[in-house]
Ligand binder design. Structure first.
Ligand SMILES: Cc1cc2nc3c(=O)[nH]c(=O)nc-3n(C[C@H](O)[C@H](O)[C@H](O)COP(=O)(O)OP(=O)(O)OC[C@H]3O[C@@H](n4cnc5c(N)ncnc54)[C@H](O)[C@@H]3O)c2cc1C
Ligand code: SF4
Length: 804
């Protein structure tokens, strides 16, 4: 039977969660197509606050990577906006003129940030806080500017302000009300919060209405309605969101504030549903994930034709994600004739608790300074518990007694609706030992992460004496409870030689592994058995399989190697000829000093490489990318050393060898450092009669200055040290861990001691040389093998952006 066509507009948290739920129920029923305006796979928007505060990185907030779409046969059009829906013919049109038919359609277009309609709001330096690009913009501004103003003293504004403080900016927060978070807190808690944040360095302008953004083109400051002015280089508007309903409205789908849906998330048009922040249910629109995920569950059952529970609406609860500040609020928060409260205020500890009671039932709560009881209280609010139940357990204050007293039906993870019973059952039946594993199996703590401490308490309670030693262990993925070090040790000890064998012998809980463990195991096996191990191409990401970089439009980019960034007329002629012959759309000189050819069709790749007759630059690989060099002593009047010669020697020696993540090197011939050696995984700087070697630098998202490892006299010594360093990294880093992170995790001094030991250096280089001895030029191998060409490069449509 032909599959039904299911389309999703909006690749965000709510829509994709609904698809996940559908796949759980009926993985084969639909042919799924997803459109997303943002050029990213589905990511955890909630964690943007933590990215800004430096607690996590953009790389780490992906919920479902490109491979997930492929593995589930989902066609993803990312970076593509749907502009029209023909609801009669059931066809969607996008801004690239793509037309896609559907049988069922889900609208999950989320919200758009509200920008105050004031003079100057369009100036350079004004931003919202909604997506990855906003976050990157703030990080970028913090590098050059000092003063930030955040308009909005609600959750989002305060999280943005804390992030900007962490980025080294001075931060003013402007808020219309007289106290902070006035929609979630009462004045007592709001003022306590203000004092705490002031002690962290935030400055507040309360009861102020912003009237104008000052400056000619760039932001220079703000003027308030009372005439007061403050200076600012960056203005963040965090004043609210509005449901993104333009598309629905234009296409005749009934809309009020949001897209109007019934209790099964059906809109007013046949076969069209809506979930997420864009949906309006019983006159409510929601701006937190817990209700949106509930909606997704209800809709998944509906679309799969199952009789399920209807969506009845949700009780909202919030937690502020600012380190050092514990704030919780749920349900109603203000007293009136019928609603009374129990309050506890401890000025000494800085804690405050208010529990609301309406008609003898728990109806709301505000906690400040100590939020351990938040989940208990939320459960009681959700089930409309009698006040006597609260009085029985709520005042003990002991977290372990709170966990013990929780019933198995009580919700632990509010975002994902996971109960204590779900977690205990998963721990007991699957032998889980860490929070990460619980997250993988149950979804608990997968979104805002606020329930992590409680999940930890449940683990502790369930595991008893086994808890402490096991909980610190991080498994390599949710298919196993083993950590990276344990897997590597087992492979060595049991002499395991294939990924399947590793999974079988070490008791993986999935039959095929996942997109996280498969490439990692392939790497570890290759590192441990460099000569015997046959690389498993199918375990690699698509770029590494095809030895080219897939681009947003599904074509590829090709980068031939130019050792040390040096080229010659013959190579340039070959590149020019290939560019003409294969209709290359863009020729670009890269930051790594070589030439990138964009827009090559997949089936042309083997002949492009044959015509180029140059080695691969491995611009796609987890290996040495480039060795950037400065011009050095031969031409530069400051040069003290032959930087180009050393750069070429390093690149020729270490090219192609597999590493946990990409590796970049640079050689500069004097401390002016034109090759930027200070931000490379390995950077070399010439000083009078010697070379300084720096390690662990990074110029990307984890900007990190490399640290001076040692100073040596000759180029041969540099190569020997570099070899030992590279092999030690290969042997001890986690797969996908850059050297900048590895150096911090393992410790610079530990690495320095190992590399400083002559005997260890020799042994490390011997093992590296063994690995290098079997390497082959991949493009040459493909040109010479018809079988690889037919297997990999025949005309098969690869979805755009399908690589990690
Ligand atoms: C910084 C920050 C912190 C937050 N913290 C919390 C928190 O602690 N707890 C909590 O519960 N919630 C929090 N939230 C809110 C939470 O992230 C949102 O409720 C949730 O992401 C909404 O999911 P959604 O799928 O409805 O919308 P979105 O995640 O916004 O997804 C909608 C997607 O649809 C795309 N789209 C729109 N129109 C089109 C179109 N025509 N064609 C193609 N694509 C389209 C958009 O580009 C977007 O990617 C936070 C939000 C932010 C920004
Ligand atoms: S790093 Fe020094 S030697 Fe190299 S190009 Fe710059 S100034 Fe010249």
């Amino acid at each position: 039977m032909a599959k039904q066509k299911l389309a999703l507009i909006g690749n965000g948290m709510a829509g994709v969660r609904c698809i996940e739920e559908i796949l759980k129920i009926q993985p084969e029923r639909f042919e799924v197509t997803v459109f997303g305006s943002e050029p990213h796979p589905n990511y955890d928007r909630i964690q943007l606050s933590n990215v800004l505060q430096g607690a996590t990185t953009i790389d780490d907030i992906t919920i479902n990577d490109w491979n997930w779409y492929k593995e589930n046969n989902i066609t993803l059009f990312s970076g593509e906006t749907v502009t029209n829906i023909d609801t009669a013919k059931q066809i969607i049109y996008s801004d690239t003129n793509r037309a896609v038919e559907y049988d069922q359609l889900i609208l999950a277009t989320g919200s758009i940030p509200f920008i105050l309609p004031i003079k100057g709001a369009d100036k350079k330096g004004v931003t919202a806080f909604r997506n990855i690009e906003d976050c990157e913009k703030m990080i970028e501004y913090s590098k050059s500017y000092k003063k930030a103003a955040v308009i909005g003293g609600g959750l989002l504004g305060l999280e943005a302000a804390r992030g900007l403080l962490n980025l080294g900016m001075q931060v003013d927060v402007i808020h219309l009300s007289e106290y902070l978070m006035d929609r979630q807190l009462d004045p007592t808690a709001g003022k306590m919060l203000q004092r705490e944040l002031e002690s962290q360095g935030m400055n507040f302008y309360l009861g102020k209405q912003t009237q104008e953004v000052l400056g000619e083109f760039d932001v220079k400051g703000l003027r308030f309605s009372d005439g007061e002015e403050i200076s600012a280089d960056l203005v963040v508007m965090a004043v609210g969101i509005k449901p993104n309903v333009q598309l629905a409205n234009d296409c005749g789908i009934p809309v009020n504030r949001g897209i109007i849906v019934d209790d099964y998330m059906k809109t007013g048009i046949p076969n069209i549903y809506s979930v997420g922040e864009c949906a309006e249910h019983r006159e409510m629109v929601y701006g937190l994930v817990a209700p949106l995920y509930e909606q997704g569950k209800v809709l998944a059952k509906k679309i799969c034709g199952l009789d399920g529970k209807s969506y009845e609406g949700s009780v909202l609860s919030t937690k502020l994600k600012v380190s050092g500040v514990d704030v919780f609020s749920a349900g109603e928060i203000f007293e009136d004739e019928q609603a009374k409260s129990i309050k506890e205020f401890n000025e000494w500890n800085g804690t405050y608790k208010k529990v609301m009671i309406r008609n003898g039932k728990i109806s709301g709560a505000v906690l400040f300074g100590d939020t351990k009881e938040s989940n208990n209280l939320l459960s009681m609010i959700n089930k409309n518990a009698d006040v006597s139940e609260y009085l029985k357990v709520g005042t003990s204050g002991d977290p372990s007694s709170l966990v013990t007293s929780m019933s198995h039906e009580e919700i632990v993870c509010g975002c994902n609706g996971v109960t204590k019973g779900d977690i205990v059952t998963a721990i007991e039946s699957k032998g889980l030992t860490s929070i990460e594993e619980v997250k993988g199996c149950t979804n608990a703590s997968r979104s805002c992460g606020g329930c992590k401490p409680l999940v930890g308490d449940i683990l502790e309670l369930t595991l008893g004496a086994d808890f402490s030693e096991s909980n610190h262990k991080e498994s390599i993925c949710t298919c196993t409870t083993l950590s990276r070090d344990e897997v590597v040790a087992e492979i060595r000890e049991k002499n395991l030689t294939h990924t399947r064998e590793v999974m079988n012998v070490l008791g993986w809980n999935t039959s095929d592994g996942c997109s996280k463990c498969k490439p990692a195991l392939n790497y570890y096996l290759g590192m441990i058995h460099p000569v015997e191990y046959e690389d498993e191409k199918e375990s690699r990401y698509v770029n590494e399989r095809l030895h080219a970089n897939i681009q947003k439009d599904g074509t590829f980019s090709v980068v031939p190697r130019m050792y040390g960034g040096v080229t010659n007329p013959d190579q340039l002629r070959k590149i020019a000829n290939v560019a003409d012959k294969y209709n290359v759309k863009l020729l670009k000189v890269t930051g790594g000093q070589r030439i990138d050819m964009f827009g090559v069709e997949k089936e042309d790749l083997p002949s492009v490489w044959a015509d180029l007759d140059m080695p691969s630059g491995y611009a796609y690989g987890k290996t040495l990318r480039t060795v950037k060099t400065c011009v050095g002593e031969n031409f530069c009047r400051f040069g003290t050393q032959d930087s180009i010669g050393l750069g070429i020697a390093l690149e020729k020696k270490f090219e192609r060898v597999g590493t946990p993540h990409k590796v970049k090197m640079a050689v500069s011939a004097c401390p002016r450092n034109c090759a930027e050696s200070g931000i490379k995984d390995l950077g070399v700087v010439g000083v009078d009669g010697a070379w300084e070697i720096y390690i662990g630098g990074n110029g990307g998202t984890h900007l990190r200055a490399a640290e001076l490892l040692c100073k040596v006299k000759t180029s041969d010594e540099v190569i020997e040290i570099a070899g030992a360093y590279l092999q030690h990294y290969r042997e001890t880093a986690n797969y996908l861990e850059r050297t900048s992170v590895w150096v911090e995790r393992v410790g610079f001094d530990t690495i320095k001691t190992i590399i400083g030991d002559k005997q260890k250096r020799i042994e490390l280089n011997q093992r590296l040389d063994e690995a290098i001895s079997v390497l082959q030029e991949p493009w040459k191998e493909i040109i010479e093998s018809k079988a690889i060409q037919t297997g990999l490069f025949q005309k098969v449509k690869i979805p755009a952006k399908s690589n990690k």
